[in-house]
Each structure stands twice: as C-alpha cells, then as structure tokens.
Design a protein around this ligand. Structure first.
Ligand SMILES: NC(=O)c1ccc[n+]([C@@H]2O[C@H](COP(=O)([O-])OP(=O)(O)OC[C@H]3O[C@@H](n4cnc5c(N)ncnc54)[C@H](O)[C@@H]3O)[C@@H](O)[C@H]2O)c1
Length: 334
C-alpha cells in the first residue's frame, strides 16, 4: 500500500510516520510538508534512509504540485495532518488557517477524486465541538454533537470536516474523520502548553498560564492517537467520524504542577497571564464508538505518558535548542 501523509514533519504526523514506517515495512510512506515554522525536518530526518519513506517539500494548497504527485504515485491512502494548528496564531491571523486547513483539504480531495484512492482520512480535533461547562462532568463530546467552534482555528477545522463529509455525500469519496483531544509526546513544537512548560522550567523562566489555569483538557499520548488513526484508515466505515480521547481530564494548572514536580522545579515559576479571548473551558471526549467498532484501546495513562514525555525532552535538549536558535530551519535543503 502507498500512503500520502501530509504535515508529516509536524508533531503528530512525524510520530505517525515513525510508527507506521517501522510497523508496516512493506508499505510505502510519502510525506508532503511545506515546512512552515511548525514543520521540523529533524523530526523525520532519521527516516531518510528507509526504503519505505520519501519526503516531498511542498504545500497542500499547490494544486499543480498535488496533482502531479497523485498522478505519479497513485496513492492508496491519504492521511491529512497538514494544518495551521495553534489557536493563538489563529486569533492574530485567521487567513492562513482558512487557506491551509480548508482550501488545502479541498485541493487534496479534488486530487483524490481525479486519481482515485481507497481512503481519504482527515485528522480533525475535538475543538470543533466547542466547549463544555466545568460544572457538568457528566457531559462528553460525542460524534453526533453539533459543531460549535470557538476560535478561527477550530472554525477552520470544522469547515474542513464539513467539506470532507460533503465530498463523501456528493461525490462518493471514501472518507473518514478522526476527532482527537489534546495530544502530548515527543516532537511537539515548543509553542504548545507541555513543551513550553518543560522548556521554560529547565531554564528557570516564568511559566505563563492563561486566566486562572482551571480550563480542563483531555490529554492523550500521541502514540495512542496514531494507533487510532491507523485503525480508522483500515477498518473505519466510509463517511464516519470517530472520536479519540485520553480519558485524562486535567486542568492546565494540574498539568503544569505535575511537570514541575517531575523536574524538581518550584511552583513559584507559575505566572498567571491575561486569558485567551474566547478560551474554551472544558473538553472531554467520549470514544466509545471507536473502542467498540474498531477495538481501539489506550495504552498510556497520563502519569506514565507525561513522565516518558518529560524524559524525552530532557534527553533531547538539542532538539529544543535547535528550534530556539532557528537552526532547525536548515535541517532540510531542497
Ligand atoms: N496537537 C494536538 O493536540 C491536536 C489534537 C487534535 C487534532 N490535531 C490535528 O492534528 C493535525 C496535526 O497537528 P500537529 O499538532 O501535529 O500540528 P503541527 O503544527 O505540529 O504540524 C503541522 C504540520 O503541517 C505542515 N503544514 C502546515 N501548512 C501546510 C501546508 N499548507 N502544506 C503542507 N504542509 C503544511 C507544517 O509544516 C507542520 O509540519 C492538525 O490537523 C491538527 O488540527 C492536533
């Protein structure tokens, strides 16, 4: 089987490629990534020498390039991780989010229609469901919940999801969508909560926490997310949405304190900063459908997963330093 994996130099996509290339040695994985500021070739450099991996530097919105690639490679599966993914950036500059996340998805699906594929899989997010109240722990996001996005980021992901479902209904394109909660693990760009905390704590810098830090997220190890994506691609039903959650709801403050404790750093580093506009209160995912239909199971609990993750960052400080210095941009040469 031949896979196109877009956004594979980012956090989740690179973990997916490490997992898939080592698990399915007989399959071929082609990564298309524009290497935006969030794309880091160092994340996948070690795959370069594998016979079942190839990297293409390019943009999913570039129709000519995408068409040529599909014509040449004749993909069986397309897995779309490519996206602008940082909510704060979407508040400052929504346009690029609409271009990449919606029009990029359209460009890929048009090529899928033209050249034929077995499955187009859209990697989406639980943020399309909006948020849940803090005082109703009984409420969870289900696949049938209405879309109620809060930020330009989540609205762009929701727009893409609607388009994916419309391509299925109108053109019969074989599609699936996964909606996952907050991921943590190796190779996460240090703009997101967990790597920010680790990197700042290691340098004894203040750690910014939005508002009162009581917003709740459901944390999942990136490996469990990717195992879910693999199962959905192979065994999910066409036109269906599958939730993936970590069963690990934690306040942002709890997450920061857990990491500080592991690093032996004082809680006095925590600095509360003005809340993010429109900040979602609570995300919590019901993944029963994916568990029942596809036999998906979590392998990490939060305590072990976060411990492994902190250890990974401790053992890979060069990886963070290359990002801080900007030299990660030199890792790939056209
Ligand atoms: N991080 C999370 O917790 C989380 C949770 C649920 C869903 N998701 C979704 O998973 C996907 C991957 O998220 P991530 O955290 O790995 O993001 P990321 O920002 O780390 O990586 C995104 C990757 O996409 C590439 N990219 C961006 N624009 C592109 C374009 N126009 N053409 C080609 N490549 C482009 C970037 O270079 C980068 O390598 C996204 O679709 C995101 O919405 C993320």
């Amino acid at each position: 089987m031949k896979y196109l994996v877009t956004g594979g130099a980012g956090f989740i996509g690179s973990n997916f490629l490490h997992y898939m290339t080592s698990t399915y040695k007989e399959d071929m994985f082609i990564c298309l990534d524009a290497l935006t500021y969030a794309g880091n070739y160092n994340n996948i450099k070690s795959l370069e020498t594998l016979p079942n991996f190839k990297f293409i530097h390019g943009d999913i919105t570039n129709r000519e390039l995408v068409d040529k690639l599909f014509e040449e490679e004749k993909f069986d599966y397309v897995v779309n991780f490519a996206a602008e993914s940082h909510v704060d950036n979407s508040i400052k500059n929504p346009s690029i989010f609409l271009t990449t996340n919606i029009l990029g998805t359209q460009t890929l699906m048009d090529a899928c229609r033209k050249y034929g594929i077995k499955r187009f899989h859209q990697v989406s997010t639980d943020e399309v469901y909006g948020d849940l109240p803090l005082d109703r722990p009984d409420l969870l996001f289900e696949e049938t919940n209405p879309i109620k996005a809060s930020s330009p980021y989540s609205a762009s992901k929701a727009g893409a999801d609607l388009l994916v479902l419309a391509y299925h209904r109108t053109f019969g394109l074989p599609v699936t969508i996964s909606r996952c909660s907050n991921n943590y693990g190796p190779y996460q760009f240090p703009e997101k909560l967990i790597p920010v905390v680790i990197s700042k704590a290691l340098n004894n810098e203040n750690i910014p926490v939005y508002g009162n830090g009581l917003n709740v997220r459901d944390w999942i190890h990136v490996h469990d997310h990717n195992v879910g994506v693999d199962l959905i691609i192979k065994h999910g039903r066409d036109g269906e949405i599958y939730n993936l959650g970590g069963h690990s709801e934690r306040t942002n403050l709890d997450v920061v304190k857990t990491i500080l404790k592991q690093l032996g750093k004082p809680e006095s580093l925590i600095t509360f900063v003005t809340d993010r506009p429109g900040h979602d209160l609570r995300y919590a995912i019901d993944s029963k459908k994916t568990e029942k239909e596809l036999g998906w199971k979590l392998t990490y609990n939060f305590e072990d997963g976060i411990k492994d993750t902190v250890d990974w960052y401790l053992n890979n400080q060069d990886w963070i330093n290359d990002i801080k210095s900007g030299s990660y941009k030199e890792a790939y040469k056209d």
